[in-house]
Ligand binder design. Structure first.
Ligand code: SR1
Ligand code: MG
Length: 400
């Protein structure tokens, strides 16, 4: 039998029954297609006693169609990445019940009790454990998949298992190429076109973006989630689930940290002009900045602790090396945060944090602020040695 897109609810239900033992034989099941991402189809199958999620990868990008073919190996990569992440932080990822290579589908835990972080942030909800959870996820997944923990053979085998050229190509182009020229894939609010054109002339910026891209292409440092934006995080008051690691590959650790910090800052930029009470929006911006600080501090503490107690290679055990490594990683993370912010503002794939601002002039103001934050992070990252300096620099830009 060869690959076939699910063609009906009955088809999806039969697959769910075949690949899990959650449901009783006589239980009536219903199916909803709940995918709102750019790339795949996602179904929720639910009955009276239980529910689960099925994600199917078609041989093309969902929002574009057959004109943008995409390897279905991404679904194997996602299933394996989720299973590996679950080894180190089982509470922070959905459980994989089953992976069917032929149907290019993963059957996994329904995380319907959690809300999409992008929506949470647009609605200005404060989740007390979010930043710590994200910091811990990053410390554990990035450390335990790096040469700081794995031996030579384990690490090389990890690199080999996560060769992900189609998905890497998307990021290589959408992060580091399109937004820095007049590319046909870009989507630019006419009101900020002049700002985009100015950015395209900024050679100092483009040099820094080229350096970040070179690391993305060459630095096989740790297994990345690869697409750690707010839409890949589901959270509530007591828990956090990180989903969708189909872009996983072994790359520079700062890319994941920067992607999520960039998404915090996209919301900060959006809050400047969202509808609603000014004091409430400013207070939420402060909460987001404090969250970035907590996220990094949790990450740094966890990662440093792992280095001190679990790095076996004596040549990497020096405390001064840990200091240097973490400072370099902070600077990389800021650079990648900047590229995420810029590509979400003038590139192909935009975000609700900015798009939901109805008034076009106000949206343009937030987009300009986002471009400014992105550029400052990319260009000034080398002057930064601590997260407190980052927050000071951001406050200066935000006048808050
Ligand atoms: C065509 S894919 C556009 C974006 O959606 C994914 O979630 C990734 O972020 C990608 O860059
Ligand atoms: Mg995704």
């Amino acid at each position: 039998m060869s690959f076939r897109k699910f063609s009906s609810d009955a088809d999806v239900i039969a697959f769910a029954r075949q690949h899990s033992d959650l449901f009783t034989a006589d239980e009536a099941l219903k199916v909803e297609e709940i995918g709102d991402g750019n790339i795949n189809f996602v179904y929720r199958v639910s009955g009276a006693s239980a529910s689960l999620i099925i994600k199917q990868a078609l041989p093309y990008v969902r929002i574009i169609g057959e004109g943008w073919p995409l390897s279905q190996d991404r679904v194997r990569i996602e299933a394996e990445a989720l299973q590996l992440e679950a080894k180190y932080c089982p509470d922070l990822v959905p459980r994989v019940y089953s992976y069917d290579a032929e149907q290019c589908a993963i059957v996994m835990e329904d995380i319907g009790a959690f809300a999409n972080l992008r929506v949470v942030m647009v609605q200005r909800q404060k989740l007390p454990l979010l930043a710590e959870h994200l910091g811990r996820f990053l410390a554990d997944t990035l450390f335990y998949t790096s040469d700081l923990y794995l031996d030579t053979y384990e690490k090389k085998s990890l690199v080999k298992g996560f060769i992900n050229p189609d998905l890497c190509k998307i990021s290589e182009e959408l992060f580091f190429w399109d937004p820095y020229c007049d590319h046909e894939r870009n989507s630019i609010n006419e009101l900020i076109r002049a700002d985009a054109e100015q950015l395209w002339q900024d050679t100092a910026l483009k040099l820094e973006v080229a350096r970040l891209k070179a690391k993305f292409l060459n630095q096989a440092e740790a297994l990345l989630h690869g697409d750690l934006h707010s839409g890949s995080v589901f959270a509530n008051e007591s828990g956090t689930k990180i989903i969708d690691p189909e872009f996983a590959y072994v790359g520079p650790a700062g890319f994941d940290i920067g992607s999520i910090i960039g998404n915090y800052l996209l919301n900060v930029a959006g809050q400047a002009n969202q509808a609603g009470d000014h004091a409430e929006r400013s207070d939420y911006q402060q909460w987001l900045l404090a969250g970035i600080c907590t996220l990094w501090n949790t990450f740094e503490q966890g990662f440093r602790q792992h280095m001190q107690t679990e790095t076996r290679d004596p040549s990497l055990q020096l405390e001064e090396y840990a200091d240097w490594y973490l400072c370099e990683l902070l600077q990389d993370s800021l650079g990648y945060a900047g590229t995420e912010i810029i590509r979400r503002t003038i590139g192909l794939a935009h975000v609700m944090d900015l798009e939901s601002i109805e008034d076009a002039e106000r949206r343009a103001d937030s987009e300009r602020l986002a471009l400014k934050l992105g550029q400052v992070l990319i260009k000034h990252r080398a002057t930064i040695n601590s997260i407190d300096q980052v927050i000071d620099m951001l406050r200066q830009q935000l006048h808050c």
